[in-house]
Design a protein around this ligand. Structure first.
Ligand code: GDP
Ligand code: MG
Length: 728
């Protein structure tokens, strides 16, 4: 029979009991020497376990795997060059969070890892209650409890080491910290460069991380492996480091270390009771409140509400001003044609189409900016991670992991980056479920619809809460809409997880990186990136769609004979000797409205609208709202633009036409307004979302997404309208 033979390396922090465990494994068979070229002691020994010979190496004690000390360099090079069959990290479990830092680095390095939770007697005495099974699931690494100086757990440790060495999935099951959406794409880019230019297939992510940390040893190593590209690589890394530093406000190494501690902190908060963190006491104290079992959810709800409150109280006056300027601009441009303007096609295109359509979308830019600013603040400060942590318990009940909630929160800004963010989820089931419900998280593009409707139908009221704070009913309405979205997302996810996407929820570490004060630059960049997308969209896609819609609403024109009928009616009214001035004006306005209506109904969009209107009648929508809801498929903002166009094409060219809000208020009821908001919240996602879903999940899931959301929107809106119209 062939001799079986394994190399085991013992790693660990100084004083974690490494040498003690080493002695317990190898007994007297030890050899003490030096690592080549340095004065670091190298201790090796051997033993047999069953019929397997074990060669054990006691690596120097280190807190980390950077290249700051000679011990770290020696340990790291040994792991990289000698490729031991199993690495046992001896963890002082009475000092867990600090000791796990090395473990996360070993996981990141991708060595076949096993954790010995040594000093378990001390941990117990200090009152720590460690759920090893859970922690092991979360980290994807086996854990064995040991008491080194008593030899307890050593046999189990060796059994586990044998199992790890025979498990081909041992390294791929390991989890490692996610460095967040600001850093991950850059890591990916560096890793790709390493793979393409230097042919480094193994550990490319690890090398990329080290490059970002400006690790001298790694640069030396890569310089030998890939001399012709090392300069390009270090320059690129340098550039990324600067970028990260300016956005996050700290050096890249610090941010990366923070994320690793966040990973550990998240894992320990879940699996250890009475865990005391060593490093980020301030964050821990904040988290004692923020992630509290009872306070966590109410605090999350309160913060969400404050976001809307801020968006509204600061943004609405600015939107009103923008709206006024838009009206002035329309008046000025329309005035260029003078009296004869009513018949000019170009005038109608410019004023009714572009200014009223694109302008209706653009006036909401201040609100969008504020919303994105608030989201950027919650993200950059580290609160988003806490929100996900708090929701985690709720999410587990529906078979999803709390981590799914981070893409969902990003979806409040825009669904598309939310879908991209689901890439951090590990199982396809989790990803697909999250993608399917993501459009229910109301995105920024829907905000203009809500604000238009709220402004039109729900007079703004301000009241004091506890006598100190002014709250507007508009913020409350918005809060309600967003909460309906979250609730529906949770319910739908539960249904999907119970039917099409059945399966166990996978354990997953929720990272809790320390809180940090966002930098002004980071906030500005994050806010502006997204706001600019909104403006760009208004100036391109929406402009194009609006022009098409305008044409559909402009042609075919009402025939001359029809026009003559209205003129005749006007003449009769004006000639009426019995009526006073005011009555005449009223009746003339009625005729104007009737003519406007007739023109629209005669146009292409009117004809299409009339054809599809019956489908939407149960929801309380007339043909105008119906066409606008369909137009919103192109981009949600189109709803607002389209209403703007429909309500201005064919109007008499007078200077003081009322704002869109007033036209809507005159035409529809608040119940219909609410139904529009509800339908816009739920109904099919926009075109771009569908395209991204196709790419990330495939055709069939994208079709399901469009289908179920549209049906759900129709059914719920119909229920609300039918019940509502009977009550009101
Ligand atoms: P190293 O620096 O990691 O090599 O640590 P050592 O093996 O030298 O151990 C440091 C001290 O911890 C020694 O006094 C050991 O006797 C003690 N020790 C090791 N394992 C345990 C354990 O599981 N429980 C307790 N209470 N003490 C331990
Ligand atoms: Mg030692």
């Amino acid at each position: 029979m062939k001799d079986k033979h394994l190399t085991i390396a013992l790693a660990g922090n100084p004083n974690s009991g490494k040498t003690t465990v080493f002695n317990a494994i190898t007994g007297a068979r030890q050899h003490v020497g030096n690592y080549p070229g340095v004065t670091v002691e190298k201790k090796t020994g051997s033993t047999t376990h069953g019929d397997v010979r074990l060669d054990v190496v006691d690596l120097p004690g280190t807190y980390s795997l950077t290249a700051y000390s000679i011990e770290e360099v020696v340990s790291r090079n040994f792991l990289l060059d000698e490729q031991p069959d199993v690495v046992i990290d001896i963890v002082d479990s009475s000092n867990l969070e600090r000791n796990l830092y090395l473990a996360t680095q070993l996981m990141e390095l991708g060595v076949p890892l096993l954790l010995a939770f040594n000093m378990s007697d001390v941990a117990k005495n200090r009152g720590y209650n460690i759920d090893e099974k859970k922690l092991s699931e979360l980290l994807g690494v086996p854990i064995v409890q040991t008491i080194g100086h008593k030899g307890k757990g050593i046999a189990e440790l060796l059994d586990a080491a044998m199992a790890v060495s025979q498990d081909p999935q041992a390294t791929s099951r390991q989890r490692y910290p996610n460095y967040g959406h600001e850093i991950e794409p850059h890591l990916q880019q560096l890793a790709n460069l390493l793979e393409e230019k230097c042919g480094i297939r193994q550990r490319s992510r690890w090398f990329a991380i080290k490059l970002l940390e400006n690790d001298a040893e790694t640069i030396k190593r890569l310089g030998q492996a890939c001399p012709e590209h090392i300069e390009e690589l270090t320059l690129e890394a340098e550039r990324i480091r600067h970028h990260i530093e300016s956005i996050c406000g700290d050096a890249a190494e610090i941010i990366l270390a923070d994320r690793r501690y966040g990973f550990i902190s998240g894992a320990c908060t879940e699996a250890v009771t009475q865990s005391v963190e060593v490093r980020h006491e301030r964050s821990d104290r904040i988290d004692a409140v923020m992630t509290n079992r009872y306070l966590g959810l109410p605090i999350f709800a309160l913060l969400m509400f404050l976001v809307f409150q801020l968006t509204f109280s600061v943004g609405n006056p600015v939107v009103d001003a923008f709206d006024g300027w838009k009206g002035d601009l329309a008046g000025a441009v329309g005035g260029l044609w003078g009296e004869s303007g009513a018949d000019s096609v170009l005038r109608s295109l410019l004023v009714d189409g572009i200014i009223e359509g694109v302008g209706a979308v653009l006036v909401f830019t201040p609100l969008i900016m504020l919303l994105f600013l608030a989201i950027a603040f919650l993200e950059d400060s580290g609160y988003m991670a806490r929100a996900a942590f708090v929701i985690d318990r709720l999410m587990h009940k529906i078979g999803l992991h709390g981590k799914s909630f981070i893409p969902m929160l990003i979806g409040f800004g825009c669904t598309v980056p939310g879908i991209m963010a689901t890439r951090t989820l590990e199982t396809r089931r989790d990803r697909i479920t999250t993608i399917l419900v993501l459009p229910l998280m109301s995105c920024g593009a829907r905000l203009p619809i809500y604000v238009l409707i709220l402004g039109a139908f729900f007079p703004e009221r301000v009241f004091k809460v506890l006598g100190i704070y002014n709250v507007t009913n508009h913020a409350l309405w918005l809060f309600l809409i967003y909460m309906i979205g979250i609730a529906l997302a949770i319910i739908c996810a539960k249904i999907f997880r119970g039917t099409l996407l059945k399966g166990e929820a996978t354990p997953f570490v929720m990272e809790l990186p320390p809180y940090r004060m966002p930098t002004l630059k980071g906030l500005t960049i994050h806010m502006w990136e997204r706001t600019w997308l909104y403006i760009k969209k208004a100036g391109t896609i929406i402009l194009a769609i609006v022009v098409v819609l305008w044409a559909l609403a402009y042609w075919p024109k009402l025939g001359d004979e029809k026009h003559a009928v209205f003129e005749q009616q006007r003449a009769i009214v004006q000639a009426d000797a019995h009526a006073d001035k005011e009555q005449i004006a009223d009746r003339l306005e009625e005729i104007d409205n009737a003519e406007h209506e007739a023109k629209l109904e005669h146009s292409a969009i009117g004809r299409v609208g009339k054809t599809i209107a019956p489908v939407f009648r149960p929801c309380g929508f007339d043909w105008k709202i119906s066409t606008a809801t369909i137009g919103a498929f192109a981009a949600k903002e189109v709803f607002v633009g389209q209403m703007g166009v429909i309500y201005s094409v064919g109007e008499e060219a007078d200077e003081e036409s009322e704002p869109l809000r007033e036209k809507l208020a005159a035409k529809y009821t608040p119940l219909i307004g609410f139904c529009i908001m509800l339908f816009s919240l739920i109904s099919m996602p926009c075109m771009v979302t569908v395209a991204v879903t196709v790419r990330e999940a495939g055709w069939r899931w994208a079709m399901l997404q469009v289908g179920y959301l549209t049906v759900l929107a129709w059914v719920l809106t119909t229920i609300v309208y039918q019940i509502g119209s009977r009550l009101v």
